[in-house]
Ligand binder design. Sequence first.
Ligand SMILES: *Cc1c(COP(=O)(O)O)cnc(C)c1O
Length: 391
Amino acid sequence: MPMRLENYCSPEEWEKIQEFSKDKETPFLVVDLEVIRQKYQELTTCFPIAKVFYALKANPGAPVVNLLRELGSNFDIASIFELNRVLECGVEPDRISYGNTIKKAAHIKYAYDKGVRLFATDSKADLQNIAEQAPGSKIFVRILVEGGETAEWPLSRKFGCHPDMAIDLLVQAKNLGLVPYGISFHVGSQQKDIAVWDAALSKVKYMFDWMKFEEDVSLKMINMGGGFPANYISEVNPIQIYAEEILRYLHDDHGDDLPEIILEPGRSLVGESGVLVSEVVLISRKSRTDLNRWVYLDVGLFQGLIETLGEAIKYPIYTPKMDERVQEGTVVLAGPTCDSADIMYENSHYQLPLNLAVGDRLYWLTTGAYTNSYSSVEFNGFPPLTTYYLE
Ligand SMILES: *Cc1c(COP(=O)(O)O)cnc(C)c1O
């Protein structure tokens, strides 16, 4: 896999990040807010009919929230702590969706008292809690959909319910004085197969019809979740192709009269904004004839690279020595902690220059999503990943 920096980073962006990073001690994450701005504009251009609810968990940093608030985004939150973050940044409660189906009654009340009126659910117990703690709110029910096979970071199984049960919940919502508002799904993060949206939307269409003709309830909204890709090593279609296809599915099902459409992007909005700067701590071989070098870095699974678990997300990695055209060899890449799970890539056969040395910098590209938010607090004493935001 020949690594070409220009496939991941424009020369101007690289220049800016290099200049900023040069005297700082690694490891750290640099997030270029300009990239998020471009990604947001690209998405809203491709999906002019959709309302964007940024999934905060991808990067909950205040500068990211502030930027997206200014750009007009709405926010998908998973806890009252994320709720507090967006409220502190001045986001109005009618721009917030409580999208986690797993929540304490007390937290539902907290959100309701702050003005949140849009809630996800996928179970009777949670629906009951919402009816009691957040009376009159709008409800959308999350359904189970396929997609686990072709998503690099699947999100299915834990959330969502079968469409038949979702219908029961929507009927019950009405009986409990709530507003049965819509249906949501998430096809899995970094979803490479666009056709899974087609299958999910067919289920949604069936439910819209059922609710209308059998229950006399007209649902108003489809929440298509996230799943749109960021640019890692494996090839993906551009967002324009996702949008064209998905809009076609929507119009095939609903004609010209589309319901309200919500998107909840996380990874695709912020992933490409980040470069994680790390340094080689040690290079060794495990035997005299070992073909692989073990390269130990000052970042690992506990400083933001948790999505390398199972080697699921394959980040592009760059070091300036790659431009010297020296021969490259296979490496195992591991982090600095005493946990033997702290190995990023052993089976993916990453190639790095043979003259790589201790102290060299390795740049992890497309690390703006699901890195700093996942970083541990002080495992082995290592501090959480420092993040800098560039305008
Ligand atoms: C994580 C999550 C998202 C964001 O998914 P991406 O694949 O990062 O875009 C959206 N909606 C919900 C409910 C989520 O849990």
